[in-house]
Design a protein around this ligand. Structure first.
Ligand code: UD1
Length: 428
């Protein structure tokens, strides 16, 4: 199903139309899987996307002694009384989100040894707030031979202020705090829907959390948590990807299984670009009948405009009428794919946090390379509105976050083909 050298052949020109159904959010389910470590027994997660990152996180948990079984759209995770406490570099480097096991493991086992991650090539993505927060909770944290090693016989509640509302740091500290002794207050916490999802699962497990959905999370530590069944929140980034695809190709797409209230900002931007967006039962419908107008975008933590949408909107602006300014405030070097877009004839100039995009009627197909998940998706969408054939390489990045990406595009009428070079058997 996947291989590092697979590529997509995209023939531009089709107008996308039809209905798609999105599944659970990658950025949520990976943390829910990590959270299962907090309780002995069997946790069942529903609405789990069939993506590479879930398979890798499953392997991280297996190596910690858990049994991980996929059953349809669910994943069943059985956590032993004493899980292991080490996550190795060969897995962690493949998904940065595996750092999410750090907090649960130190809280549950008193020790965690997690390789320093790699992940997307989108900026330095430090871990200083994760570490400083765990130290506040009483852990000692050392970095040795490429591993972070955190130790604490029992964590103790504390007040933690985050310099920036980091998604990963909020999640790690939240999970650690659930089993700490006493009260933890996480201030300037991230508020993404995926964090709300994690809070809801933790509360179901028996955690005491106040302020869910706000930037101040108060956690009263408990002695133990219990395994639960939990449905993963729908993937707002995947839902938004199909919406942008509809607008770029002047199509009409209904996105089902999604929550439009998690997409207020991007859907408003698409409306400004000229699209008609209608909320329907179980999702929303996007329709576009003309060339989009350029829209400015400024990325910020939720409820601001998500950085994960930035490459998609940058792509949209390359074929829009007018000039736009994109400002990236969350990751410092998320411009790598601009060079790829320029290969397709886009007119983009970057300067520090800003990119200025001069829209043109059409792009021109060429071979390009995906450097991360969303940039990869952005290049495929650009290929849909390019003249001729666009060959997108390194599509394993797209496999990390999109289930059945090509099949979905083909069902919507696009001319996209996967050229498989290798068929390894490690995905399912
Ligand atoms: C998560 C998402 C990613 C999304 C991002 C921001 C997952 C698996 N990934 O990533 O798709 O783009 O949120 O919405 O959920 N930082 C530090 N020190 C820290 C932690 C973060 O400097 O200790 C910086 C990072 O370098 C980055 C910024 O803070 O510049 C945002 O990072 P963060 O919110 O933590 O993103 P992730 O959790 O890595």
């Amino acid at each position: 199903m996947s291989g590092a050298t697979d590529h997509f052949l995209v023939r531009g020109g089709a107008r996308l139309s039809g209905a798609v159904r999105v599944s659970g959010a990658k950025n949520s389910v990976l943390k829910l899987m990590a959270a299962s470590l907090l309780a002995e027994g069997t946790t069942v997660l529903g609405n789990v996307p069939r993506i590479l990152d879930v398979a890798v996180m499953g392997e991280v948990l297996r190596r910690l002694g858990c049994e991980v079984v996929r059953e349809g759209s669910s994943v069943r995770i059985t956590v032993p009384e004493r899980p292991g406490h080490e996550a190795d570099y060969d897995l962690v480097r493949r998904i940065r989100a595996s750092i999410a096991v750090l907090g649960p493991l130190v809280a549950r086992c008193g020790e965690a040894k997690v390789a320093l991650p790699g992940g997307d090539a989108i900026g330095s993505r430090g871990l200083d707030m994760h570490v400083a927060g765990l130290v506040k909770l009483g852990a000692t944290v050392d970095s040795e031979h490429g591993y972070l090693i955190a130790r604490a016989p029992r964590l103790s509640g504390a007040a933690v202020w985050l310099d920036f509302p980091s998604v990963g740091a909020t999640e790690n500290l939240l999970m650690a705090a659930t089993l700490a002794k006493g009260t933890t207050v996480i201030d300037n916490a991230a508020r993404e829907p995926e964090i709300v999802d994690l809070c809801q699962m933790l509360v179901q497990m028996g955690a005491l959390i106040d302020g869910v959905g706000s930037s101040t999370l108060t956690v009263e530590g408990v002695e133990t948590l219990s395994p639960v069944q939990h449905e993963t929140v729908p993937d707002r980034i995947v839902a938004g990807t199909w919406a942008v695809a509809a607008v770029m190709t002047r199509g009409a797409v209904t996105v089902l299984g999604s929550r439009p209230e998690h997409l207020d900002m991007p859907l408003e931007k698409l409306t400004q670009a000229g699209a008609t967006v209608t909320v329907v039962d179980d999702g929303f419908h996007v329709e576009m009948d003309r060339r989009p107008s350029a829209v400015d975008v400024v990325t910020l933590p939720y409820p601001g405009f998500a950085t994960d949408f930035q490459p998609l909107f940058l792509g949209l602006n390359t074929i829009a009428e007018g000039t736009s300014m994109i400002t990236e405030n969350v990751f410092e070097s998320r411009w790598m794919f601009v060079d790829e877009l320029v290969r397709l004839g886009a007119e983009v100039r970057t300067d520090g946090h800003h990119a200025v995009v001069r829209g043109r009627e059409q792009l021109s197909g060429a071979p390009v390379t995906a450097h991360d998940i969303r940039a990869g998706a952005g290049l495929v969408l650009a290929g849909l509105v390019a003249d001729g054939v666009t060959e997108v390489g390194d599509v394993h990045h797209i496999d990390r976050g999109y289930a059945g990406f090509v099949d979905t595009l083909v069902a919507l009428g696009a001319d996209v083909q996967r050229i498989s070079v290798a068929e390894p058997d490690w995905l399912d």
